[in-house]
Design a protein. Structure first.
Length: 265
């Protein structure tokens, strides 16, 4: 893996860093990846929402309805690292259904780092859903290491709310009606001490966070593939009035994949 330019706290990074022979063309350790993708310091009650997505060269976020076919081995290592750094992983109900989500697991490689940061053994999974149309018999709800959160609106179906609670999930209300307010999701989770936040989509959920101006960072893997077709982009839904501009924070490269990070200016 080659680092094209490093993580920076500045609002822009345009000068490529010199890559040593030790850094180039080898598999980075998990500690190196964790350092490269560390959350910024969060003072007081501050929180940080980052997204992790993958896209082909022609903008497809999925192939045959799933992201795995356009991913790769290193992308999955970074996927696992980003999860291991987070307090909570936020995901839409449709992605839970399509991708077969399971509970986050504790990983020995990150245990000391999480303990030093005051984190539990694994991040919680927070599922965003208006209808609660979920299979509560799945391991995500019945046997997580950390209780799964179901985030919904105050007008959610009472029987489904009861089913979620019976399955052991913690129900979080983040909307006054049937829909969820993306900005309120971030605040409600932060109020529970889940301040290092990661969303893995899907595209509709990411689009909602973008529209609400709630996203602080986008970690985007650019896959060296072309798929054509009519697959979704990484973010869907209504467009914003003025495009949001982010600043590049880092770019890594391996086997033609680009692993980029852009942060709020």
């Amino acid at each position: 893996m080659r680092r094209l330019f490093p993580v920076t706290d500045q609002t822009s990074a345009t000068t490529p860093a010199t890559t040593s022979a030790a850094q180039a063309d080898r598999e980075w350790s998990l500690d190196e990846l964790a350092d490269a993708y560390a959350y910024p310091p969060l003072a007081g009650d501050a929180h940080w929402l980052r997204a992790n997505m993958v896209s082909t060269l022609d903008g497809a976020a999925q192939h045959d309805g799933r992201s795995q076919p356009i991913s790769g081995e290193t992308d999955m290592r970074i996927f696992g690292t980003l999860r291991a750094l987070a307090d909570v992983v936020i995901v839409g109900a449709e992605t839970v259904r399509q991708e077969g989500y399971r509970p986050a697991r504790a990983r020995e490689a990150f245990a000391a780092r999480r303990e030093a940061a005051g984190q539990g053994p694994a991040p919680a999974i927070a599922v965003i859903t208006a209808s609660l149309d979920l299979d509560f018999s799945l391991p995500l709800f019945t046997s997580p290491l950390v209780p799964t959160l179901v985030v919904t609106g105050a007008a959610a179906p009472a029987d489904r709310v009861a089913a979620a609670a019976k399955a052991g999930a913690e129900v979080v209300l983040a909307g006054d009606g049937s829909v969820v307010d993306p900005a309120r999701v971030v605040r409600e989770l932060a109020d529970r001490g889940l301040r290092r936040q990661l969303t893995e989509g899907g595209p509709r959920l990411l689009g909602q966070f973008v529209a609400a101006d709630a996203l602080d960072e986008l970690c985007l893997t650019i896959s060296p593939m072309l798929t054509a077709g009519d697959a979704q982009r990484i973010a869907g839904g209504p467009s914003v009035a003025v495009p949001h501009r982010l600043a590049p924070a880092s770019v890594l490269e391996e086997a033609g994949f680009l692993f980029t990070s852009y942060r709020r200016i």
